[in-house]
Design a protein around this ligand. Structure first.
Ligand code: GLV
Ligand code: MN
Ligand code: MN
Length: 423
């Protein structure tokens, strides 16, 4: 990496080039007003009016930064800043602006706005890169309103078809395609035909490691593999009073035992295995009716694909035993699956070198969370940059991160992008 010189029309030495941390923070706080919750978090579910408002705001900022905006059929937004060689593949960054129902201000939003800050910084320094530099906003990363998680980036990487994605329904029966049209973000650009030179995504860690070890930057080498399931329990609705205990077919009992079984499977695969039941729907959900139907989610994660397959077997066995014991029917249907990801060595080194050049403490880290980078890594060399978040808490309204860490991560992003895009 060059150390200091005048480049092209730029009067700023590249190694001393820095993002404006205050401007990044201000943008984060401005975007966080859309869907703001009383405890300081954000509720901005994918493809809702609030998602549209968030997208509109950021697209306006990206346009003001001189980027060309294109939207594809999955609602993914691509903002491109021209390079000297526009035939070259784009060096892409980005993340998502949809949030969890009780989400925070930084998950996803940080990666998008760090990308915007990179464009603004290049503009301020009048730097024209050789390759174009782009910022992507991927649709429905969270997978909370619509399955699958990382819907937009998954369609982009052709992990599943656009038709499959558009046909997915939320809990009220509204399809992804209907919701996308309704907010005006069903674009005409083809999904997945964009040639990407490399993808770098900045994100808060969402776990405790960086904070615990007092490191500013996580150089992300990959992510856990995951499997998600829809698990349904069918018994029989019956009266809570007259129905003897031994005569019941209580679907909620089955689901309750399954919650314990899911946790036991993860504990058996400790310390790397993770398994969670985060969603449950009890029917008819009446105080004096024995529940005849329960739908629940299961989310299983592990860095080792064989261990993940073993967890799958153990879960299914546990469900069969519970169903037999309680005289219930149980269906376990896998709805998401991706193996552990291993990011590109050169992109990982590039993040590491940028952090070193900036004098930032760092460590290699594997992501416990899913990110759009997981699917991008299938179609382009990819890596990620993590910064600490307070107490490792995320997917929570109280999610917090220090402005100086967010600024440091954006500086690493800037220099990883610059090194790749060339000047
Ligand atoms: C995405 O937020 C995930 O589930 O890790
Ligand atoms: Mn995220
Ligand atoms: Mn998330």
């Amino acid at each position: 990496m060059r150390t200091s010189e005048t480049v092209g029309e730029s009067i700023v030495a590249p190694t001393s080039l820095k993002v404006d941390g205050a401007r990044l923070w201000q943008s984060l706080m401005e975007l966080a007003k859309i869907g703001a919750t009383p405890k300081g978090g954000v509720r901005r579910l994918a493809l809702t009016d609030l998602d549209r408002q968030g997208r509109d705001l950021v697209v306006g900022w990206l346009r003001d930064a001189g980027a060309t905006i294109e939207i594809d059929g999955a609602g993914n937004i691509f903002a491109t800043r021209r390079g000297r060689d526009d035939t070259s593949r784009v060096v892409l960054t980005g993340s998502h602006v949809d949030t969890q129902p009780s989400g925070g201000k930084f998950d996803g939003n940080y990666g998008v706005l760090a990308g915007l800050e990179v464009l603004r910084t290049l503009n301020d320094a009048s730097i024209v890169t050789k390759k174009p530099v782009g910022v992507a906003i991927w649709t429905n990363e969270e997978g909370t309103r619509f399955i699958p998680t990382m819907g937009g980036s998954g369609a982009f990487a052709r992990v599943f078809t656009l038709d499959y994605l558009l046909g997915q329904r939320d809990i009220d029966g509204i399809s992804f395609g209907e919701a996308l049209h309704r907010i005006g973000y069903a674009g005409s650009a083809p999904v997945g035909e964009r040639a990407v030179d490399a993808y770098f995504e900045a994100h808060i860690e969402q776990g405790p490691i960086l904070e615990r070890e007092d490191k500013v930057i996580g150089v992300v080498t990959g992510a856990l593999g995951q499997r998600w399931y829809d698990c349904s329990w069918t018994g029989q609705d019956a009266h809570a009073g007259p129905t003897p205990m031994e005569a019941r077919h209580d679907a909620l009992r089955g689901a309750s035992r399954m919650v314990e079984a899911v946790n036991a499977v993860a504990l058996k695969h400790a310390p790397d295995g993770r398994a969670t039941v985060g969603f449950m729907q009890v029917k008819p959900n009446s105080r004096n009716v024995i529940p005849g139907q329960v739908a629940m989610s299961i989310d299983v994660r592990h860095p080792d694909d064989e261990a993940l397959a073993a967890m799958d077997r153990e879960l299914r066995e546990a469900a069969a035993v519970i169903a037999r014991d309680l005289r219930l029917e149980c269906d376990v249907r896998q709805v998401v699956e991706f193996p552990a990801s291993h990011f590109d060595d050169e992109c990982v080194s590039s993040v590491d070198r940028a952090a070193e050049m900036l004098g930032l403490s760092r460590r290699k880290i594997v992501s416990g969370a899913a990110h759009d980078a997981v699917y991008l890594s299938r179609v382009a060399p990819t890596s990620m940059i993590f910064v600490p978040c307070k107490d490792g808490i995320s997917h929570n309204e109280i999610e917090d991160a220090r402005p100086e860490h967010l600024e440091a991560g954006a500086n690493v992003l800037l220099h990883a992008v610059l090194a790749r895009a060339g000047i």
